[in-house]
Design a protein around this ligand. Structure first.
Ligand code: ACO
Length: 350
């Protein structure tokens, strides 16, 4: 049996927020952000909007693209690091919104590395006969951990400036805050006959590196698990060791891509597309140079969306399929690294 991706869709909320808008709430600039990351703008969810709302629209688009009705889906795999609730997960909320309650929904927690893991999980579910048609979602809504309250100043709907205290708080977290944006992507996966599709994955998790990017508070080591003091210490905002992450990403991702190609028995030249997590153009360029693959095979859309965590790979794949660039029969290598640390690469014949 083989499973492959027969439909894709994505959705990003609201209007784009350009780099210059961020300088209304913190000391940063387009001149700093763009050359270091490739990011020009990002989108944010509205207050009250959650990842299952974004995923609903992405899923409807993916199902239409696959030519299927929601009722034909028999399993949801939902990847997010920013669910609506600490529990339950967002997969069940999506099933209810799609009008397919009662089908199983599995929430996975691999953060930005979600898609290589999600593809392997989906493959396993279909291979074992547990599912026939899977909706694989990557969706994240980071607005809730952004280090500012003055959303109306950010969007230009109110005049600034923000208070000195607010500006200093934003600036303390600027290295992280400028990177992320919100969005959702959906893939429809099904077995195909004759078999093609999922060829293999190489996945890694190293919990020793958990503090390279994590949220220090709001967890069940504490009684209660949220306190006013946690907010005073700004511990609801992720901590990130950017330089370290950068080095681990470049080293491990290039090693991992090489290794999965060797295991599956294909050369790097055989791969039509390397669809990478969009955390930073400089990371992906360094991986590409280490692998000596041409720039045209490593597309990027980070300029328009920033890092949408679990959603990046699906959004990029959907855009490339709709532009007619990524086509049936081509060999695609997906690779990503995220909090955990988790990282991996997956090879799929579309
Ligand atoms: N605007 C202006 N100045 C800034 C900003 C900003 N947004 N952020 C940091 N600076 C300043 C710093 O304060 C520092 O100033 P100093 O020299 O006066 O102390 C200077 O710029 C350099 O800061 P660094 O953090 O050392 O900058 P670096 O060159 O490492 O770039 C970056 C930072 C872009 C975050 C880079 O390290 C990176 O991309 N790392 C990978 C991070 C990542 O990908 N995270 C997400 C992956 S995991 C996941 O997806 C969940």
């Amino acid at each position: 049996m083989g499973i492959t991706i027969i439909g894709t869709g994505h959705h990003v909320p609201g209007k784009p927020v350009p780099n210059d808008a961020l300088s209304r709430v913190m000391d940063t600039s387009d001149e700093w952000i763009r050359p270091r990351t490739g990011i020009a703008q990002r989108h944010f969810v509205a207050e009250g909007e959650g990842v299952s709302d974004l995923a609903l629209i992405a899923s409807q688009r993916a199902l239409k693209n696959a030519g299927l009705e929601a009722e034909e889906v028999d399993f949801i795999v939902f990847a997010t690091m920013t669910p609506e609730f600490i529990f339950p997960g967002s997969g069940g909320l999506l099933g209810a919104k799609l009008g397919i309650p009662r089908i199983p929904a599995l929430d996975i927690r691999q953060q930005c590395a979600a898609m290589p893991f999600g593809l392997q999980v989906a493959n396993g579910l279909i291979e074992t006969g547990a599912a026939r048609t899977i909706l694989l979602i990557g969706a994240d809504a980071h607005a809730g951990f952004m280090p500012w309250d003055d959303w109306d100043v950010l969007t230009g709907d109110a005049d600034g400036p923000v208070s000195d205290e607010a500006y200093e708080r934003g600036t303390r977290h600027r290295g992280l805050a400028v990177l992320f944006g919100d969005g959702a992507a959906a893939m429809v996966l099904r077995h195909v006959d004759p078999p093609r599709g999922f060829l293999g994955a190489e996945l890694h998790t190293d919990g020793r590196l958990f503090d390279r990017i994590y949220i220090p508070s709001g967890g069940f080591r504490s009684r209660p698990y949220f306190t006013p003091e946690m907010f005073e210490r700004e511990e609801h905002i992720p901590r990130m060791q950017g330089r370290d992450l950068f080095k681990v990403a470049v080293t491990e991702l290039s090693r991992c891509v090489r290794s999965i190609c060797e295991k599956v028995g294909v050369s790097l030249d055989d791969v039509d597309w390397f669809i990478a997590h969009q955390a930073n153009d400089r990371i992906n360029n360094a991986v590409r140079q280490a692998l000596k693959v041409p720039a045209e095979k490593v597309p990027s859309n980070i300029a328009r969306y920033g890092n949408t965590s679990a959603a990046t790979i699906g959004i990029l794949l959907d855009e490339l399929r709709r532009e007619g660039k990524v086509r049936e029969g081509q060999l695609v290598c997906f690779f990503a690294l995220g909090s955990g640390l988790n990282w991996g690469a997956t090879l799929v014949r579309l």
